[in-house]
Structure formats: structure tokens, C-alpha cells
Design a protein around this ligand. Structure first.
Ligand SMILES: [Fe+2]
Length: 378
């Protein structure tokens, strides 16, 4: 009797690269015939005289094909193959039976989901051909499983890589934002330093630019401009008279009324400020705002005589803040007219010199005491 042994050798000396085929049949002469028929085939054959022993051996190695007899004591071939299907789904199952009764055939196919039904007796070539087909089927199943496993692993690697990349992008974005914030802070510091330099030459207007920046910022907020745009308005205000460094200090600080030529000289300061700032890439249109802060809504301002919405909103805001602050402060050639007169000036010229919406917001700020600026007079 052949019992759980490999043909011509024990299971321990199997060459693992060759597919393994199990035969389970309670008739020793059938198993011996099987061994003889498959002697020269490319797969290894192991035979078992009962299904329990075959199940125990299946747990120990990967088996490509299991061929079982239908009628065995204790467990039918169908029951045995059903267990194989559940525990080792990639093992291809075949049934070998002399029972041609249709019910038995259908039961074997349906329960065991077998690959092939072989009728006993069958020719040697038919048997070998059927086993070879089953081995090929197992190769296909194994290759599919290998590819599915590979795809799964590659997907997991891609997900991991994607997560890593997302984290890196997040870190890089955070660093860029930090740098951007640092640069903006540095820029504000430089603008304040330049503003201070200008005012050092013109002590009578010391603090003028800072106060214009603060008032313009408050108006921008009141008008509902974004935080970033409001910050741009404040910085442009702080530096709006930068071009006055071109005007001789004697003229800026000289008490008394200015001559026509002196006034013309002072009128150049928005252009000078623009020329100094135009090549600096601020995150806000600072140079243009500085250029336009003496333009008027009716086109009677300078230096370009722009009108209405051709003037940047930020410049229209600074124009109002500039006038209000200037009239609230003393000058070498006059005492401060005061905030009341300043507000009257912008109110009576609303829509003529000054943007009506800007004037409205500025008046509201003072009416509701929302603006209390240190250093203001009047
Ligand atoms: Fe100015």
C-alpha cells in the first residue's frame, strides 16, 4: 500500500520548485498505477490512502493539485475536496470516480468547486493531460495571487509615500509661511526706519507719516478692507512723503508762505517717492499709492491729474488721512486749524477732492470716538 509517500522518495527530499500533486484513493492498486503513469512528469506526486492523512500533509506544504477518489470510507471525495477548497483555495481540485451518476457528479462540482471530473477508468494520456491542465491552472492562480499581492504592497507603498510627501509639503509650506512672515516684518522695520530718516530732516512734520498710517489703517478697517490690504495702506501711509528727501530742508522747515517755485518743488515729492520705491517688490502696491496720494477725485490733484477710480483706493484713503492729520497739527507757518476744521474740509469736498466712501468712514470713526491717536493736536 502506498501511504502518504512520494514516488521513489520521501517528502523531505522534494525539490520545492516542482509543483506537487496529491492523489487520494483507498485502493492501493489505483495509487500504484498513478505513480507508474506519472513517473516521468514534471510535477511531483504524493499518494494517500485516506483523506485525513492528506489533509494533515496539506497543512505542511503548498500543493498545486489534489486528485481524490469519490468513494472512500469515512469521508467522500466531495467532502474532502470541500475542506480543501475552504482551507487551501488556491489548490486546484479534481475528482476521480467510476460513479457516473449525475447527482454525484453535480455534488462534486458544486461543493468542491472542482476543476475537472475524471471518469474511471481513463486512459493514461487523458489522466496526464488532465493533471497537466490542472497544474497550469494552479500556476495561473498563483501568478494572479502574486500579482494581487504585489499590487497591494505597491499600493501600500504608494500610500505611505504619499503620506510622507504630504507631510514634507506641509512642513515646507509652514517654513515658507514663516519666512514670508519674517520678511514682511523685516520690510515693515525697514519702512519705519526710512520714514524716521525722512522726518529727521523735517522735524515739524515728525510723526506725521506714522499718524497718517494709523488713521488710514483705521479708515481701511472701517471700510471692510482685508487685513492684508489694510496693512498695505498703513505701510504706504508711513512712507507716503518719502519723496520729501528731495526737497531742501530749508524749504520744508521754513516758516512763512512758500513761493510758487518752492511749492512746485514740493509738488515733485510723490514722483520722487515713486521713483525710489518702484523697483522694490513689495507685497502691496506701495510705490503706486505713494505716487497717487495727492491726486484728487475731480482730477485737480498732482502729479498725474488722475481722477475717480483711476486713483487706487489705498491712495484715496491716504489722501483723506493726510489732510485730516495735516490740519490737526501745527506747521512752522501756521497753527493747527484743528480736527473740527479738518473734518469740515473733507466733508465739504466729499466726492470733489476726496472719495465719498472714504470720507464717510473717516467721519464715522471720529463721530463714534473710534480713533484716539497719540500725539494728535487740535
Ligand atoms: Fe505728501
Amino acid at each position: 500500500m502506498v501511504d502518504g509517500g512520494l514516488r521513489e522518495s520521501s517528502p523531505l527530499i522534494l525539490i520545492m520548485t516542482r509543483p506537487i500533486v496529491f492523489f487520494v484513493d483507498d485502493e492501493p492498486n489505483v495509487l500504484q498505477a498513478i505513480l507508474r503513469i506519472t513517473r516521468r512528469e514534471q510535477y511531483q506526486v504524493a499518494t494517500f490512502d485516506n483523506p485525513i492523512k492528506a489533509l494533515a500533509e496539506l497543512a505542511a506544504k503548498e500543493v498545486a493539485v489534489v486528485v481524490a477518489d469519490q468513494h472512500m470510507p469515512g469521508m467522500s471525495g466531495t467532502e474532502f475536496l470541500e475542506k480543501v477548497r475552504i482551507q487551501y483555495p488556491s489548490t486546484v481540485r479534481m475528482i476521480l470516480s467510476g460513479d457516473a451518476e449525475i447527482g454525484s457528479v453535480l455534488s462534486a462540482i458544486n461543493q468542491g468547486k472542482i476543476f475537472h471530473f475524471i471518469m474511471k477508468p481513463c486512459g493514461d494520456d487523458d489522466l496526464k493531460s488532465a493533471i497537466n491542465e490542472a497544474v497550469k491552472q494552479h500556476c495561473l492562480i498563483s501568478e494572479n495571487e502574486r500579482l494581487a499581492d504585489l499590487t497591494k504592497r505597491q499600493n501600500q507603498e504608494l500610500i505611505a509615500l504619499n503620506t510622507t510627501l504630504e507631510k514634507r509639503v506641509e512642513q515646507r509650506t509652514r517654513k515658507i509661511k514663516q519666512k514670508e512672515s519674517q520678511l514682511k516684518e523685516a520690510l515693515k522695520g525697514i519702512i519705519s526706519a526710512v520714514a524716521l530718516t525722512v522726518e529727521t530732516r523735517d522735524p515739524y512734520t515728525a510723526g506725521h507719516q506714522t499718524r497718517v498710517g494709523e488713521l488710514a489703517c483705521a479708515i481701511a478697517k472701517e471700510m471692510g478692507l482685508s487685513h492684508d490690504q489694510t496693512e498695505g495702506v498703513r505701510l504706504a501711509g508711513v512712507i507716503h512723503d518719502l519723496g520729501k528727501i528731495y526737497v531742501p530742508a530749508e524749504i520744508l522747515n521754513r516758516p512763512g508762505k512758500l513761493t510758487h517755485i518752492e511749492r512746485e518743488l514740493i509738488h515733485v515729492h510723490p514722483q520722487v517717492g515713486f521713483d525710489i520705491l518702484k523697483d522694490i517688490h513689495f507685497p502691496w502696491p506701495i510705490a503706486k499709492i505713494v505716487h497717487q496720494h495727492h491726486e484728487r477725485m475731480n482730477g485737480k490733484g498732482y502729479p498725474a491729474g488722475l481722477s475717480g477710480e483711476d486713483i487706487l483706493l489705498e491712495a484715496r484713503i491716504i489722501a483723506v488721512a493726510d489732510v485730516v492729520e495735516a490740519m490737526s497739527s501745527h506747521r512752522p507757518y501756521r497753527p493747527a486749524p484743528g480736527i473740527a476744521l479738518a473734518l469740515e474740509e473733507i466733508s465739504s469736498n466729499s466726492g470733489i477732492f476726496y472719495d465719498a466712501d472714504v470720507v464717510k468712514s473717516c467721519l464715522k470713526l471720529f463721530a463714534e470716538n473710534k480713533i484716539t491717536l497719540k500725539g494728535w493736536m487740535g
